[in-house]
Design a protein around this ligand. Structure first.
Ligand SMILES: C[S@@+](CC[C@H](N)C(=O)[O-])C[C@H]1O[C@@H](n2cnc3c(N)ncnc32)[C@H](O)[C@@H]1O
Length: 256
C-alpha cells in the first residue's frame, strides 16, 4: 500500500506544440522545485507513489484495467480463461498491468532497473520473474530463457510509440510468444491514421491487415486526460498471433 503524497503541479496549459513525450510536471520537494518530464520514468519510479499519483489519480489513466477486461472478454468468447495463460508484460514498469493479471505465469520485462526496483518495492507479487533488458537488442541466451516460460500472451500497455518502446523491441518480444498466443496492446489513435508514416504506425497497420495477427477486438477509448483536461483517445487491440513478424517486414520499416 503506497500512501505517500507528492507535491506536484502542472503548467497552466499544455501547449499543443508540446508532444506527448515532452509533457512535464513540476515536483516540489524540500530542496526546491524541479521540472520532470513524463518520460523521465526513472526519477518518477524512484519516488514511491509518484507514478500512481501522476498518471492514475491526476490524469485518470484507465488503460491497464481496460486492456485486462477486454482480454478476459475475448478469452471468454473463445472458451478460454486468463488463468491458463503465461503472459509476458513488455514495458512492465512498476507493475501496474502485471498486478491485474491473474494468469498461470506473469513475466515482466523493462529496460530500466529503476522500474524493476520500484516493482519489487511496491508490487512484489506482480510477476513470477522480471527481466531488465533492452528488447531492441535481445541476446540469444536471454531469448531462449524467456521462451522457456512457454509464453502464450503478450501485453504491452501505455508503452508503445512517443519515444517509448521502439518497433524492434516490440517485434522481438512478439516473436517470443508462441503461435496462437494472445497479444494485447494500446496505441494513440493517430497511429492508425494513413498520414502517420512512423515505423510503429506502419507496423501496426501491417499487423491489422496481414496474416501475422488475427484481430479479435479493436476499440477506441479514453486512455487518460492531458495536463489541461482534454481526453486522450487510444485504441486497444486484442488479437491472436499467427506467425512471427518477419525480418523482411522489419527491414522495410523506419526504425523509430
Ligand atoms: C509508460 S511506462 C508503462 C508502464 C506500465 N506498462 C503501465 O501501464 O503503467 C513505459 C515503460 O516502457 C519501458 N521501456 C521503454 N523502452 C523499452 C525497451 N526498449 N525495452 C523494454 N522496456 C522499455 C520504460 O522503461 C517504461 O517503464
Amino acid at each position: 500500500m503506497i500512501n505517500q503524497v507528492h507535491n506536484i503541479s502542472f503548467p497552466i496549459s499544455e501547449p499543443h506544440a508540446l508532444d506527448q513525450d515532452e509533457a512535464y510536471f513540476i515536483l516540489k520537494e524540500n530542496d526546491g522545485q524541479t521540472k520532470v518530464r513524463f518520460h523521465d520514468y526513472d526519477r518518477i519510479y524512484d519516488r514511491p507513489g509518484l507514478y500512481e499519483q501522476l498518471f492514475y489519480q491526476r490524469l485518470r489513466c484507465a488503460s491497464p484495467r481496460k486492456a485486462r477486461d477486454l482480454l478476459e472478454k475475448v478469452l471468454q468468447d473463445n472458451r478460454m480463461d486468463l488463468s491458463e495463460l503465461r503472459v509476458l508484460d513488455l514495458g512492465a514498469g512498476n507493475g501496474m498491468m502485471g498486478e491485474l493479471l491473474d494468469a498461470a505465469r506473469v513475466i515482466g520485462v523493462d529496460i530500466s532497473d529503476h522500474a524493476r526496483l520500484a516493482c519489487e518495492r511496491d508490487r512484489p507479487d506482480a510477476y513470477d520473474a522480471y527481466y531488465v533488458t533492452d528488447m531492441c537488442h535481445l541476446d540469444a541466451e536471454l531469448a531462449a530463457e524467456m521462451k522457456s516460460w512457454q509464453l502464450d500472451c503478450l501485453t504491452c500497455i501505455a508503452a508503445l510509440g512517443f519515444g517509448d518502446i521502439p518497433v524492434r523491441a516490440f517485434a522481438n518480444t512478439f516473436n517470443l510468444i508462441r503461435p496462437d498466443g494472445w497479444v494485447v496492446f494500446n496505441i494513440k489513435e493517430t497511429f492508425l491514421q494513413e498520414s502517420d508514416r512512423s515505423g510503429f504506425s506502419m507496423l501496426v497497420k501491417h499487423l491489422l491487415v496481414s496474416d501475422t495477427l488475427q484481430v479479435h477486438h479493436l476499440e477506441r477509448y479514453r486512455h487518460r486526460i492531458s495536463i489541461d483536461g482534454r481526453a486522450l483517445f487510444y485504441y486497444v487491440l486484442v488479437g491472436r498471433k499467427a506467425s512471427d513478424i518477419s525480418a523482411a517486414v522489419l527491414d522495410d520499416l523506419p526504425l523509430d
